[in-house]
Each structure stands twice: as structure tokens, then as C-alpha cells.
Design a protein around this ligand. Structure first.
Ligand code: ZN
Length: 222
């Protein structure tokens, strides 16, 4: 039996074990070609609203107050109340611009507090997700779906992706060298002309890792 046969068998055994454990092999196998550090930003609970839902809630379109780190994204003056079966959260940030469908992003801890079984999904992938009630001072909207826990991800421009040797929808592991060092697996690569290099995690992940604003990450395998 030559080395190639042994490697093939090993690969198959590992694949079988992973399947039996019910785990996904989420890592990209290709070599990462840059070890440059990636800024890590914490994404707290927020709402993206459709134009129709914004009008229903506020009686007018969304009002930008501050630019966010990703180009053309902004924080709005408007805020919403989230109402779930088990709890309520007030003063929740609304991010613009308006989207085709409303989407509420929260941590697993938030979801538990509200009594909503929110799945981990990529932004925009809301089909079959739980709904929620949104309220403002003047309006109320019931969403039939749209509540997600955003999958940890890295925004990259096509130039960044080229440098790292990665492509849209690849998954990588990212090491955070903090006072509570951790490696986050299954980090989704998202590539778009409009994106600026940054990794987004939620407060559960941030607290777990001992995150602060100066923390950066390094993709494993470089
Ligand atoms: Zn993001």
C-alpha cells in the first residue's frame, strides 16, 4: 500500500467520523496566502427594515445619523422595540439603507431572552426563520420570518480576497489573541466590491473571546 492509498483511506475515515458526529467539515482546504491581521468588530443586536415596514413603523423613510464601517451602511435615528413570546427589548438600533425584506440580527442570548429559536444564518438567508413583533411609538409590524443569529463572517473586497487566496462563501478559522485566546471556526468569507476588510462577531462571541476594540484576528493556515 503506497502513501497515496493510506492518505485516501485516512481522508475517508476522517470524513466518516465527521459525518457520524454530525459535524460539518466547514474549513477551507486551500492554503491561505496572507497572515495579515483582520480588525474584529462587534455587531450588537439590530434591525434591517424594508421600506414598507419602516413606513408602517415611523410614517417616513429611515433617517441616517452615522456612517458605519462598511461603506454605504448607516445607523438610523429610528429605534425599534422587539417583542417576543418571553420578553421585550427596547431601543434596538436600526441600520440602513432599507432592504428588500426586514431582518433582525441578535445573539443567542438575546434570542433566549425573547423566547425565539433563532438559527445561525448568513445575512439575507431568512427563509423559514422565526418571526417577531416590531413596535415604535406610532406603529407595529408583525414579521412572519426574519430573526437570525448572524453567522460569524469576514467582509472582504475582491482585492483582499485575492491577497488571502480566498473566495466568497469559503470558511476559515480565525485566531483571536486576547486575554482569553480563542479560535473561531466556520468563519464565512463574504466578498463584495463594496466591502471593507473586517470580521463581524456578536456579543456572545465577543465576551467569550475577551474581545475589546483593539483586538484583531489572524486566519489560520497562512
Ligand atoms: Zn457584517
Amino acid at each position: 500500500m503506497n502513501d497515496k492509498n493510506i492518505n485516501d483511506i485516512l481522508e475517508q475515515v476522517v470524513k466518516n467520523v465527521i459525518e457520524q458526529l454530525g459535524c460539518e467539515n466547514t474549513q477551507t482546504t486551500s492554503k491561505v496566502t496572507s497572515c495579515e491581521s483582520i480588525p474584529i468588530e462587534l455587531s450588537a443586536r439590530h434591525a434591517h427594515l424594508s421600506e414598507a415596514d419602516a413606513l408602517e413603523l415611523f410614517g417616513h423613510p429611515l433617517t441616517p445619523v452615522r456612517e458605519l464601517s462598511q461603506p454605504s451602511q448607516f445607523l438610523c435615528e429610528e429605534r425599534v422595540r422587539l417583542i417576543g413570546p418571553k420578553g421585550v427589548m427596547d431601543n434596538v438600533a436600526v441600520l440602513g439603507p432599507a432592504r428588500a425584506s426586514s431582518q433582525i440580527e441578535m445573539s443567542k442570548t438575546d434570542a433566549r431572552t425573547l423566547g425565539i429559536d433563532a438559527p445561525v444564518r448568513q445575512s439575507g438567508d431568512i427563509s423559514g426563520t422565526p418571526g417577531i413583533i416590531l413596535a415604535s411609538q406610532t406603529g407595529i409590524v408583525g414579521l412572519e420570518e426574519g430573526v437570525i443569529v448572524a453567522a460569524r463572517h469576514i467582509h472582504m473586497s475582491p482585492e483582499d480576497a485575492k491577497r488571502f487566496g480566498l473566495a466568497d462563501q469559503d470558511k476559515v478559522s480565525v485566531h483571536l489573541d486576547t486575554e482569553r485566546p480563542i479560535t473561531l471556526n466556520g468563519v464565512l468569507i463574504r466578498v463584495d466590491e463594496a466591502f471593507k476588510l473586517a470580521m463581524h462577531i456578536d456579543p456572545d462571541e465577543g465576551n467569550c473571546a475577551g474581545w475589546n476594540k483593539s483586538v484583531s484576528g489572524r486566519i489560520e493556515g497562512c
